[in-house]
Design a protein around this ligand. Structure first.
Ligand SMILES: C[S@@+](CC[C@H](N)C(=O)[O-])C[C@H]1O[C@@H](n2cnc3c(N)ncnc32)[C@H](O)[C@@H]1O
Length: 305
């Protein structure tokens, strides 16, 4: 799985040293509030229920199927890897530079007898994984927090097999507008303002203070954060010989609005639309649920070389 086995094992986690300053800054930032963190009441049944009830995660799990090698890059506290591993023979690797987050994921896996997830700590830019190894690479909400989004994308794509699928989630330049405004108001009015005006916090159980703190920190005080347009992803997919598969929201803005809001359609082959359609799709994010939740959008691509 690795190019070189020069890792140490700490509490069951394979740990590669890293030296990049930006990565160090990001890891220090997440140290006290690993993201996204678990609710106190979480166990295998509750994450299975939540994952199955969430149209994105349940459709992703169905799309993946069985007998696959999957890498989750920037897995954080590993909810997604743990959820995707339940009830199948897939081999998952939860990879993150933050050992504290991975420990939370591993503790959860051990307590709940989840056995098909490997936990690996290291930096994306150190390129640890063998080339053409994984069937699926998932990287949601991570690359815009590194020193170079598209260099990181190039690095992770190397370990994807030909015809393998890459899923990337990034902040959108237009779709994140409401968060940019809330960020400013948070600086002036503080946390109480966010508890009323941030739609995600309004839905979070008020007893889950760790989860609330992790969200506020991640969304409003991050030291390394960028946002990108759809066109930047399309251009970089082409450079890395990745064929567009589909996106959420869809680049095909003029399809029915029901389809535009149906995240399960992400896993059907779609079309990349025109520049104008893509622009409208991104502007519309400001006014819908994605704008509520920080303007994250998802692209799926298939490696062709
Ligand atoms: C916002 S969290 C996203 C966690 C998870 N993917 C999710 O959607 O909940 C970003 C994660 O990326 C990790 N990360 C940031 N830069 C990294 C790098 N250079 N190498 C590996 N992981 C990195 C952080 O440690 C953090 O856990």
């Amino acid at each position: 799985m690795f190019k070189k086995n020069n890792y140490t094992i700490q509490d069951g986690i394979k740990v590669f040293n890293y030296s990049d300053k930006v990565t160090g800054k990001v890891i220090t930032f997440y140290h006290d509030d690993p993201f996204p963190n678990y609710e106190i009441s979480d166990n295998k049944l509750t994450i299975l229920k939540k994952g199955d009830e969430n149209l994105f995660t349940s459709s992703l799990k169905k799309f993946i199927g069985y007998n696959k090698k999957i890498l989750e890059v920037g897995a954080g506290t590993c909810q997604l890897s743990n959820y995707l591993s339940i009830g199948n023979n897939n081999e998952l690797v939860a990879f993150d530079a933050n050992l504290t987050s991975l420990k939370a994921g591993l503790d959860f896996a051990k307590k709940n007898e989840i056995k098909n997830v490997n936990f690996v700590c290291g930096d994306i830019f150190d390129d640890h994984f063998s080339e053409n190894y994984f069937d699926i690479i998932l990287c949601n909400g991570v690359l815009h927090h590194t020193k170079d989004t598209f260099d990181a994308m190039k690095k992770i794509t190397k370990s994807l097999k030909k015809d393998g699928i890459l899923l990337v989630g990034l902040y959108n330049k237009y779709g994140r507008l409401r968060t940019f405004i809330r960020k400013y108001l948070f600086k002036v009015f503080g946390k109480k303002y966010l508890m009323i005006f941030d739609p995600v916090l309004r839905k979070t159980d008020s007893k889950s203070s760790k989860k609330i703190d992790a969200w506020i920190k991640d969304q409003y005080t991050h030291p390394v954060e960028r946002s990108h347009t759809f066109d930047e992803v399309i251009k970089n997919f082409k450079t890395n010989k990745i064929e567009f598969y589909n996106s959420f929201p869809s680049c095909d803005f003029f399809q029915s609005s029901d389809e535009n809001q149906d995240v399960s359609k992400l896993f059907n082959k779609g079309n990349e639309g025109t520049k104008f359609e893509r622009l409208l799709a991104q502007i519309s994010m400001i006014f819908n649920r994605q704008g509520d939740e920080g303007g994250l959008y998802i692209f799926l691509g298939q490696k062709k070389d």
